[in-house]
Design a protein. Structure first.
Length: 328
């Protein structure tokens, strides 16, 4: 089981940083501006970015406990490292490319401590233009919701259980039970985090938040979406991954395969990979047909980008991980 120095503050905020100095500065500013009466500590774990974040934090936010890692150990291990020196009864795992709005910290902590079966709570995530960010919550991965993972289908059927985003659409209770909360802003009770042994270190990037929510559910607790807590999430800015190479598209599916293997069994993981192969092949054929029928005039750059993405996913799905990693 994970252990730490023991509780001493109401809230510990753990931020894993990688090449996000400018975002981190704004994130920290928003935390201290919005803290109110909350007793808290901030722990930043830098995953070997050496981008000036340490110097910035020491000069502008001397209260922050800054851990400089010599290697990039990934999101899960870095968060566990931050937890190991934390003291809060509640833990908030927060992306550096976020900004706290209003009383979000107090609202989240109040919900976490007042709802008897709550193990995790998450905020209403907003894009930079303050529009709703659909990725705030999601259903646990299944073969079907991964094969049918298309923006157009979510727009047509937003309340379908397949996506798990109904709580975002309906103005029901202030806190609504959901399957999984985004790791961009995830608050969890300390004893629950310890009970489920924290983030699984098997995930380098992606799906570790979903896996944590799954473990919390298995332990008998629920994850709640708290609509009154608002957090701006600039989304993907801190990863600095090239969309041209579509490394993220491959890495996400590799992580999901691991999730299926660990939580659903090896046969389900194999079935997921085969389903991704068929899905990618179908999408490639559709892209090719659209390109031919339009004589290459319909959204040429968009079609090219989509073709590269799904070609890489197809290569991954037929076992060419080495090629995918080399080309990332």
């Amino acid at each position: 089981m994970l252990t730490s120095e023991g509780p001493g503050k109401a809230l510990s905020i753990v931020i894993v940083n990688w090449n996000s100095c400018a975002f981190l500065r704004n994130c920290l500013k928003s935390i201290y501006a919005a803290a109110g009466a909350t007793t808290f500590e901030v722990i930043v774990v830098d995953n070997a970015s050496f981008d000036g974040s340490k110097e910035m934090a020491e000069a502008e936010f001397p209260e922050v406990r800054f851990i400089q890692s010599s290697t990039n150990s990934g999101f899960a291990k870095a968060n566990n490292l931050g937890f190991a020196i934390s003291q809060g009864e509640s833990l908030l795992f927060l992306n550096p490319d976020t900004e706290i709005v209003g009383t979000a910290l107090e609202t989240l902590e109040s919900a976490l401590q007042s709802i008897p079966d709550a193990g995790i709570v998450g905020a209403r995530l907003l894009n930079g233009d303050l529009s709703l960010q659909i990725s705030a919550v999601q259903a646990f991965p299944s073969i079907w919701n991964q094969v049918l993972d298309m923006e157009r289908l979510r727009q047509w059927f937003p309340k379908a259980r397949l996506w798990g985003i109904r709580a975002l659409i309906e103005n029901t209770a202030a806190a609504t039970a959901v399957d999984a909360i985004s790791g961009a802003c995830l608050m969890i009770k300390r004893q629950v985090f310890e009970q489920v042994n924290g983030f699984s270190p098997d995930y380098f990037m992606y799906s570790e938040d979903t896996d944590l929510c799954f473990k919390v559910m298995t332990a008998g607790f629920k994850s709640y979406y708290v609509r009154d807590a608002r957090v701006i999430h600039f989304g993907g800015q801190s990863s600095a991954l090239s969309s041209e190479g579509h490394f993220a598209s491959v890495m996400m599916r590799e992580s999901l395969k691991r999730f299926f293997g660990v939580r659903r069994g090896s046969p389900r993981a194999t079935l997921y990979q085969l389903a991704m192969a068929l899905s990618a092949l179908c999408r490639l054929l559709v892209i090719a047909v659209v390109f031919v029928l339009s004589l290459g005039t319909y959204r040429k750059d968009g079609l090219r980008n989509a073709f590269v993405k799904w070609f890489r996913v197809f290569r991954w799905s037929v076992g060419l991980e080495a090629w995918a990693k080399k080309s990332a």
